[in-house]
Write a new protein. Structure first.
Ligand SMILES: [Zn+2]
Length: 101
């Protein structure tokens, strides 16, 4: 099953990250943001997912995002993988552009 392209409203403000091993994120987009699966405001029942992205400019960062729990449970494994790749693409684009300059 092909996953449709990400909704253009989905921007960087859906991502949070940790820069150390504390329990509190260094940056947290909060829960008042968009679910990348349904492109609506996050539901009250949420799921937090980490992204396997190595950011060479911020080596200590580990990124995460949130989805509605229902959207996550509904998605197939393939759709979940595809979502991760799409989101990593958003984050990695400015990094790649910078290294091309
Ligand atoms: Zn959703």
């Amino acid at each position: 099953m092909k996953v449709k392209p990400l909704d253009p409203r989905i921007r960087k403000d859906i991502f949070g990250y940790f820069e150390d091993y504390s329990e509190k994120p260094t940056h947290d987009p909060g829960v008042d943001t968009i679910c990348p699966f349904c492109a609506n405001k996050l539901a009250d029942e949420r799921k937090t997912l980490s992204l396997a992205l190595f950011d060479p400019e911020h080596r200590d960062r580990s990124y995460f995002y949130r989805t509605c729990r229902a959207c996550y449970n509904k998605a197939s494994d393939e759709e979940k993988d595809q979502m991760d790749y799409s989101l990593i693409d958003i984050l990695i684009e400015p990094i790649l552009n910078k290294s091309n300059n």
